[in-house]
Design a protein around this ligand. Structure first.
Ligand SMILES: Nc1ncnc2c1ncn2[C@@H]1O[C@H](COP(=O)(O)OP(=O)(O)OP(=O)(O)O)[C@@H](O)[C@H]1O
Ligand SMILES: [Mg+2]
Length: 262
C-alpha cells in the first residue's frame, strides 16, 4: 500500500501585522500559523474587526508583515501565486462584462487571440454567456460578483483568496453562489482561502474552518469538516453538520464575549 504525501500550497508562519499611526501602534495579527494543502478549500470565520481581511491582504502580499512570513512551497516564482476577490466586486462601470474580465490580461499585454480565448472560457466557467456586452449597472449583485471571480481566475492564480465574496447577497442567492463556487473549484482545482461571516456557508464549502479571535487576532480553532464531496443541500441536516455548527458557534461566542473592541 502506498501513502501519498500531501503537498502544501500555502504556509503562514507566526504572522504578525501591526499598523502604526500618529496615535501609536495597532496590533492586528498575533503570531498566526497554519498551512493549507494544495487544492483544499479552507474558510476563515471570526468577529468583525478582528483582522480577517488583514490576514488575506498579508497572504496576497499587499501588506508587509511586521513579523513571521508567508510561503508558497513548490510554486514557480514567475506565476501568479494568489488572486484576491474583495467583498465589493469593484468593476469598472465604463467597461462591458467581457472587458472587465479581460482587463488583467490586457494589462499583462497578452496577444489579442489569447485574451479572447481565455476571457470567453472564463465567461463560460462562471455561467455568464450571453451577457458579454452588458455593463456593470445592468448586472445583479450575484452576476457582478461572478465577474469579479472570473476577473481573478483569468490570471490563473494558484491560490484564490476570497474576502466575504457573497456578503451582500440574499440568503438563497448566496447558497446558489456557494454551489457555483464549488463547481468552479472542482473544475479548476484551486487552493481556496475564503473569509465568511456565515458558519453554515463555511461548513458547507470547506474542508477546514479556521476561527480567529478579536484583535489582535489569534488562531484558536482549526476544525476539519468531514462531510463527503460533492456537497449537497441535504447534508445541511446531517448530525455532522449540526455538530460542526455547534462547535464553531460556541467557539465564536467565546471569543466575542466580552465584546470585541473595534
Ligand atoms: N491599512 C490599515 N491601517 C490601519 N488600521 C487598519 C488598516 N487595515 C485594517 N486596520 C485595522 O485593523 C483591524 C482589523 O481590520 P480587518 O479589516 O482586517 O478586520 P476584519 O476581521 O476583516 O473585519 P470585518 O469582519 O468587519 O470585515 C481593524 O481595527 C482596522 O481598523
Ligand atoms: Mg474584512
Amino acid at each position: 500500500m502506498t501513502f501519498s504525501t500531501t503537498e502544501i500550497a500555502l504556509e503562514v508562519n507566526d504572522l504578525e501585522v501591526s499598523f502604526v499611526d500618529s496615535d501609536g501602534s495597532l496590533e492586528v495579527l498575533d503570531k498566526i500559523s497554519f498551512s493549507i494543502e494544495r487544492n483544499a478549500f479552507v474558510c476563515i470565520v471570526g468577529p468583525s474587526g478582528g483582522g480577517k481581511s488583514t490576514l488575506l491582504r498579508a497572504v496576497a502580499g499587499l501588506i508587509q508583515p511586521t513579523g513571521g512570513n508567508v510561503l508558497f512551497p513548490g510554486m514557480a516564482e514567475d506565476k501568479a501565486q494568489t488572486g484576491l476577490v474583495f467583498q465589493k466586486p469593484n468593476l469598472l462601470p465604463w467597461r462591458t462584462l467581457r472587458d472587465n474580465i479581460s482587463l488583467p490580461l490586457e494589462i499583462d499585454q497578452r496577444p489579442e487571440a489569447e485574451i479572447s480565448v481565455l476571457t470567453q472560457e472564463m465567461i463560460r466557467l462562471v455561467g455568464l454567456e450571453g451577457f458579454e456586452k452588458a455593463y456593470p449597472h445592468e448586472l445583479s449583485g450575484g452576476m457582478a460578483q461572478r465577474v469579479a471571480i472570473a476577473r481573478c481566475l483569468v490570471q490563473n492564480p494558484e491560490i484564490l483568496l476570497l474576502d466575504e465574496p457573497f456578503g451582500q447577497l440574499d440568503a438563497l442567492t448566496r447558497e446558489r453562489m456557494g454551489d457555483e463556487l464549488l463547481r468552479i473549484w472542482n473544475e479548476r482545482r484551486k487552493t481556496v482561502l475564503m473569509v465568511t461571516h456565515s458558519i453554515s456557508e463555511a461548513i458547507f464549502l470547506a474542508d477546514r474552518v479556521l476561527v480567529l479571535t478579536c484583535r489582535p487576532a489569534r488562531l484558536i480553532m482549526d476544525l476539519p469538516i468531514e462531510l463527503p464531496r460533492p456537497r449537497a443541500d441535504a447534508m445541511r441536516y446531517l448530525p455532522e453538520f449540526t455538530e460542526a455548527a455547534r462547535l464553531l458557534h460556541a467557539q465564536l461566542k467565546d471569543t466575542t464575549v466580552p465584546a470585541c473592541q473595534l
